[in-house]
Design a protein around this ligand. Structure first.
Ligand code: SAH
Length: 234
């Protein structure tokens, strides 16, 4: 199915994702149209498939990015109840999704991309710096790239206790890590691929919600093949 959304240009790719019902919301479509995937994918930028970005990492396929954003959308956009959305992108890799989500959080919002490989943290920032809007997001600190073990979530220095409205996890986790749950706001949502078993070869994406009272519920969405969340290479 994935290949059916490939296009010759960025616009083609996004229109195809829309036509195939992978992008469903006009605000998501607008955000994807604003970001040129060629700034993030070193090859075959408008193909609906993952591509290697070095350090054994890949930029995920566009239909996966679209699905993740559609699932997190209610927690990404500013509203009366949530004027300044705070979003964590674990395993930010190329930085593409960090940029898309920065488009959605609005002027007061924050998206932090976290990577455990320093050159990939730099790659994300460098890629975002290729567009004027990306440079603006970096300068205003609406988008930030940090180095750390994303399995522990992330606490921004000086912003302790603020937590996250949405957490996107871009690599497969052994479990829903406790720190992520602790840092998730009430209400808040985590989009996370989790290993079905210890070998980690079969995985499902889970949508983890924390409601206003702090009660956590989980929904299993669909099967996937992500690279795992690991210890940082020595
Ligand atoms: N969202 C990225 C996906 C990159 S692949 C994109 O589409 O470009 C998964 C990423 O998770 C890799 O970049 C890898 O370095 C990172 N990663 C793996 N384990 C990690 C950990 N423990 N903490 C933070 N990042 C991790």
């Amino acid at each position: 199915m994935a290949w059916r959304s490939s296009g010759a240009t960025n616009r083609d790719l996004i229109e195809n994702l829309w036509r195939n019902d992978l992008i469903k919301s006009p605000s998501v479509k607008a955000a994807f149209l604003k970001v040129d995937r060629a700034h993030y994918a070193p090859s075959a930028a408008y193909e609906d498939s993952p591509q290697p970005i070095g350090h054994s990492a890949t930029i995920s396929a566009p239909h996966m990015h679209a699905t993740a954003v559609e699932n997190l959308l209610p927690y990404l956009t500013p509203s009366e109840a949530r004027p300044a959305p705070r979003v964590l992108d674990v395993g930010s890799g190329s930085g593409y999704l960090t940029h898309i989500m920065a488009e959605l959080v609005g002027d007061k919002g924050t998206v932090v991309g976290i990577e455990h490989i320093t050159p990939l943290r730099e790659l994300g920032e460098e890629n975002m710096g290729k567009s004027e809007e990306g440079r603006k997001f970096l300068a205003s600190k609406r988008a930030r790239f940090r180095v750390g073990d994303g399995r522990k979530g992330w606490v921004e220095p000086g912003e302790e206790g603020q937590g996250w409205d949405a957490i996107h996890v871009g690599a497969s986790a052994a479990r829903v890590h406790e720190e992520m749950l602790e840092q998730l706001k009430s209400p808040g949502r985590i989009f996370i691929p989790v290993d079905d078993d210890e070998g980690g070869w079969s995985q499902h994406v889970w949508c983890v919600d924390k409601d206003e009272e702090g009660k956590v519920s989980k929904r299993k969405l669909f099967g996937v093949r992500y690279v795992p969340l690991t210890d940082a290479p020595k």
